[in-house]
Design a protein around this ligand. Structure first.
Ligand code: NAD
Ligand code: TYD
Length: 361
């Protein structure tokens, strides 16, 4: 008999840890959490469930076939959910190697082990098993200002080493379904924000820098558009797709919240002005425009009508409610921020912002 156990990869990162925390707190079964603990993985994200009997953490690489094989044999999960990835576009520009290793080669190795495990299961257990691959809207490339939002049928046109590596992994997942019949599910989600978001990404970086009195760096003129989804809504969508999605299908996940980067930063400054007013002036005074990202995608927007229509999923948060919750989380968790912004993070700030004419370290 297959257990109600799931194997999650990358569960110490931003979205993975939100997913694992919710899974355990909702009492949905046992989670085996495999994570390499790169700079983006953080055991403090899992502090609430560190002693919980339904959470088992394994320090390993998705590309380590021996480790994955043993876990599958020992725990016999009914699903594998792949969150593990290198996830930051700017880092992929500075050093694409790790993106190819983890996102492409690592996903391939994981798929191979999962295929071997799945093929050896009895027929009824094979039918219940799912491999859910967590991906991004960035695989579809960049939209013009008036183009319709990305549908599942849009062609793949990735523009950064990050999105190209994610596109490659999506193609492998698709091929494993088409060729071997592996019951796969792929989700392509828009930009997430919320608790445990590492402050190399726009929203947590701006909150952290605002509170530290540092510049708030906006690439180019701030008119690039992203579609934002509160991380807990992404996690509820993944649970819904896992429970009721059709094998071989892909689902676009998004919250219909398109915003320019400048709008996002203004909103953050305005909330901080209310929640933690400065002695003088507004946080907006710290905004600074810096050299643009090479190949910067103009606009992402997700058409989430398929997951809404076919699986009945809807987000709970609006951008306004989610962003306020997020700011309050960062204000309430200064130790978490302090711990993740020491060490390696300072090197990253030097590397990414020095060339843009800003000193943030
Ligand atoms: P993250 O960078 O915060 O976390 C990634 C996690 O994966 C870390 O815990 C890291 O230690 C782990 N990891 C990295 N390489 C590994 C390896 N080789 N083996 C095992 N573990 C490894 O990323 P995130 O923002 O939580 O994103 C999770 C997934 O969701 C990624 O696949 C990403 O492409 C996708 N996604 C992210 C967003 C977003 O806005 N953050 C949006 C859509 C999709
Ligand atoms: P980011 O959070 O890196 O996510 P992604 O590139 O995957 O969408 O960036 C979100 C947007 O914010 C993107 O258009 C780049 C921009 N940005 C800045 O303007 N300044 C920054 O310091 C960062 C990190 C991002």
């Amino acid at each position: 008999m297959l257990t109600e156990t799931i194997l999650v990869t990358g569960g110490a990162g931003f979205i993975g840890s939100n997913f694992v925390n919710a899974w355990v707190k909702l009492d949905l079964g046992k989670v085996i959490n495999l994570d390499k603990l790169t700079y983006a993985g953080n055991m403090e994200n899992l502090a609430d469930i560190s002693q919980h009997p339904n959470h088992i953490f394994i320090h390993a690489d998705i590309g380590d076939r021996q480790a994955v094989q043993e876990l599958l044999k020992t725990y016999r999960p009914r699903a594998v959910l792949n969150f593990a990835a290198e996830s930051h576009v700017d880092r992929s520009i500075h050093g694409p190697d790790e993106f190819i290793q983890t996102n492409v080669v690592g996903t391939f190795n994981l798929l191979e082990e999962v295929r071997g495990y799945w093929q050896a299961l009895p027929a009824d257990e094979q039918a219940q098993f799912r491999f859910l691959h967590v991906s991004t809207d960035e695989v579809y490339g960049s939209l013009g200002a008036h183009d319709p939002a990305f549908k599942e049928t849009n062609p793949y046109q990735p523009n950064s080493p990050y999105s190209a590596s994610k596109a490659a992994s999506d193609h492998l997942v698709r091929a494993y379904h088409h060729t071997y019949g592996l019951p796969t599910l792929t989700t392509n989600c828009s930009n997430n924000y919320g608790p445990y978001h590492f402050p190399e990404k726009l929203i947590p970086l701006v909150i952290h820098n605002a509170l530290s009195g540092k510049p708030l760096p906006i690439y180019g003129n701030g008119s690039n558009i992203r579609d934002w989804l509160y991380v807990e809504d992404h996690c509820s969508a993944i649970r819904q797709v896992l429970a009721t999605g059709a094998p071989g299908e892909t689902y676009n996940i998004g919250g219909w919240n398109e915003k320019t980067n400048l709008d996002v930063v203004h909103t953050l400054c305005d909330i901080l002005d209310q929640e933690r007013p400065k002695a003088q002036g507004s946080y907006r005074d710290q905004i600074t425009f810096v050299k643009d990202r090479p190949g910067h995608d103009l606009r992402y927007a997700i058409d989430a009508s398929k997951v809404e229509r076919e699986l009945g999923w809807k987000p709970q948060e609006t951008f306004e409610t989610g962003i306020r919750k997020t700011v309050r989380w960062y204000l309430g968790n200064p130790e978490w921020v302090e711990h993740v912004t020491s060490g390696e993070y300072q090197h990253w700030l030097n590397k990414n912002y020095h060339e843009r004419g800003e000193e943030l370290a």
